[in-house]
Design a protein around this ligand. Structure first.
Ligand SMILES: [Zn+2]
Length: 269
């Protein structure tokens, strides 16, 4: 049975994971496992409420032991995990990111990330840190302004369809330089391409800037949000992602990262 496989796997896995939080997540603590087995077993692990990964015989203090993250059953749980990770990051109480030797060895045998995230290349928005996640947790694709091209879209499709993440997030951010450059280019009515391939980015981001023309509020912030929505709309046209979303196998969400606070806010969907 898959369940048996899961529990055996969890028992073998090292327990270097972050010292876990509080009762918020303790009810769902379990073990990492393959995506296929994930859905079938998550409910059982949750119901049992037993931190399998650190069930040392005779241990009287299971709550204090380190543990690993359990699988997620669906996009909702994956999103909740990202939200909670970001809350830790914002509160300056990030757990020790699981990048130690034991974890590295464990994930070398296979990967079962729980979310795919498309973010900007901005050096101030490192995805794993922003969400307080470790090795093997996330599929991260980054391009300036979250601009899509064949390679980016295919990478996102790979994360969702091949690696089985039930969540795909597009993360825009405050004071995005790519969108700032696009605004400047449009305001200057520059028709010549920027140096190198940067003009490609400007062309790709121009629709978002044009869309918010005349809108009240901060122009750049408005463009960042509009761009996330446009990227999501494009992704929904993917012959891979669109049907997976419709069937409920993946959840697509947009979000905004505030540089000033570190906080990620979900876009209304
Ligand atoms: Zn940016």
């Amino acid at each position: 049975m898959q369940q048996t496989t899961v529990r055996q796997a969890s028992g073998r896995r090292p327990t270097t994971r972050r010292r876990f939080l509080t009762t918020t997540l303790s009810s769902t603590l379990g073990a990492g496992l393959g995506a296929a087995a994930l859905t079938a077993c998550a409910a059982d692990d949750s119901a049992a409420g037993t931190p399998v990964a650190h069930s040392t015989p005779g241990s009287a203090r299971p709550a204090a032991a380190p543990t690993i993250q359990p699988p997620v059953a669906n996009g909702k749980e994956a999103l909740q995990r990202l939200v909670e990770g970001n809350q830790r990051f914002v509160a300056n109480r990030s757990e020790e990111v699981d990048e130690g030797e034991e974890r590295r060895v464990a994930v070398s045998k296979g990967q079962h990330p729980f979310a795919t995230v498309l973010g900007c290349v901005d050096s101030r928005v490192p995805i794993e840190l922003v969400f307080d996640q470790g090795l093997g947790d996330l599929v991260v694709v980054r391009s300036a302004g979250e601009v899509l091209d064949h390679s980016v879209t295919a990478s996102l499709e790979f994360g969702v369809a091949e690696l089985g993440t039930p969540l795909l997030m597009v993360l825009g951010h405050q004071r995005c330089g790519a969108l700032t450059a696009t605004i400047k280019a449009l305001d200057a009515q520059r028709t010549e391409a920027e140096a190198g391939e940067i003009g490609y980015l400007v062309d790709a981001l121009a629709p978002a800037v044009r869309q918010v023309k005349g809108k009240s509020g901060d122009r750049l912030d408005n463009a960042v949000h509009a761009n996330v929505d446009l990227v999501l709309a494009q992704l929904r046209k993917s012959t891979v992602l669109g049907p997976l979303e419709k069937s409920g196998k993946v959840r697509l969400v947009g979000a905004y990262y505030e540089l000033d606070t570190g906080k990620v806010t979900l876009n209304p969907s």
